[in-house]
Design a protein around this ligand. Structure first.
Ligand code: SF4
Length: 385
């Protein structure tokens, strides 16, 4: 195996103001082989990887089988380019205080060395099969050490409050997702044949059961009115009659026509032009259209444009409140921030999570909850026994 080399320049500023330039040379002892091109999502479980150690070092692994866990030190070769900052918001989240770089695990650091404690599943010659290594395929490994509980776990370790809270909420939300996914499986939302139909559905589903929205959309399809051009052309009463099954049909017909006119005026009916916008501006544009509020706008951004924003609805508020994670402010933005700052920014994750919460609310976490059947009942402080 060809070895990778990394040369590190270290400049140590001595207290007397004298500068001493040091140079260290590291030699990779192995490489990570993994299917992971990015960190795993909650619910995907921990990635299983192989660490291929340089064959000249095979016997240096003898006895490793006696340990359940090992510590892997690796070179984060895919870190961002440029000089790393000296102060950062942990995890890139602005609600966390600005702290020194070395107070965080940011990969953008002067020496991009990562360390992870992983479960050792198997040793085969010069190959270690491990679980839980958050390093990508091709990452150079620079050292392996056994995890020794007596040395490596500290009983009275402390951490800043912001970290305790952030990790606590994040872990809880990820745990909820895992349980929901296990219970209900992937939902593959949004149920629509094409993006314009998705938008129509998002507008029609306001205060309506989805089964009735489906009837309204079916009527529009049969009348060949499921396009912006047709919705502009048809008189308001005709649109209202077609969508009658989903309730509030006069108001919703006006909303559909407003959106159709806006799309024609601003994007020539081309949704790709709309999707090309960044999330903030896209959201702002949608909110400027008559009849589109935050929940509808975010549904369109997430499920239509496939951009990562978390959708908040009444079901989400109810579940999060009962589970004991409601933010201090009950605003839409506060709930959205709770999710977006605690979960990886991933549109597929956000899509499934929202759909699963809707599933739970309809199935068991109803106005009168059926807690005995709920997959969250052993972590929910509001459960009714
Ligand atoms: S245990 Fe009951 S209150 Fe809690 S989430 Fe489940 S159904 Fe809702």
């Amino acid at each position: 195996m060809k070895r990778a080399y990394a040369t590190i320049s270290v400049e140590i500023a001595l207290t007397a103001g004298i500068k001493l330039a040091n140079e260290l040379t590291l030699k990779a002892i192995g490489i990570v082989r993994s299917k992971a091109a990015q960190p795993p999502k909650p619910g995907e479980g921990e990635v299983i990887s192989e660490i291929i150690i340089d064959s000249s070092l095979t016997e240096a692994l003898d006895g490793m089988e006696g340990f359940s866990h090992i510590m892997v030190l690796y070179w984060m070769h895919q870190r961002g380019a440029g000089k790393p900052p000296t102060k950062v918001h942990p995890m890139g989240k602005r609600e966390f205080p600005l702290v020194g770089l070395f107070v965080t695990r940011s990969p953008r650091r002067p020496n991009p060395i990562g360390v992870t404690t992983v479960r050792l599943l198997q040793r085969r010659g010069n190959i270690l099969v491990v679980q839980g290594l958050d390093a990508f395929d091709g990452t150079p490994v620079i050292d392996i050490k056994p995890y020794i509980p007596g040395y490596d776990s500290v009983a009275d370790a402390r951490e800043p409050q912001w970290l305790t809270r952030a990790c606590g909420i994040s872990q809880k939300l990820q745990d909820i997702y895992r349980r929901l996914m296990h219970c209900y499986g992937p939902q593959h939302w949004w149920p629509a044949e094409e993006p314009f139909e998705m938008i129509v559905g998002a507008i029609l589903t306001q205060s309506a059961a989805w089964i009735n929205v489906e009837k309204a959309i079916a009527n529009l399809r049969v009348a060949k009115a499921l396009s912006p051009e047709a919705l502009r052309r048809l008189p308001l009463p005709e649109v209202a009659a077609l969508i009658r099954p989903c309730g509030y049909y006069n108001a919703k017909a006006r909303k559909l026509k407003s959106f159709a006119h806006w799309l024609g005026d601003h994007c020539d009916d081309n949704l790709d032009k709309l999707w090309a916008d960044n999330i903030a501006h896209l959201r702002q544009q949608l909110l400027s259209i008559h009849g589109i509020g935050e929940e509808t706008a975010d549904s369109i951004v997430l499920y239509g444009a496939n951009k990562p924003i978390f959708v908040i609805d009444a079901y989400t508020r109810r579940i999060i409140g009962r589970i004991g994670l409601a933010p201090e402010s009950h605003s839409y933005a506060a709930y959205q921030t709770l999710f977006m700052h605690s979960l990886p920014t991933d549109s597929e994750l956000f899509k499934e999570y929202h759909a699963l919460l809707v599933c739970l609310a309809k199935d068991v976490c109803r106005s009168r909850p059926l807690c005995s059947r709920c997959c969250l009942n052993n972590i929910c402080p509001s459960r009714i026994r």
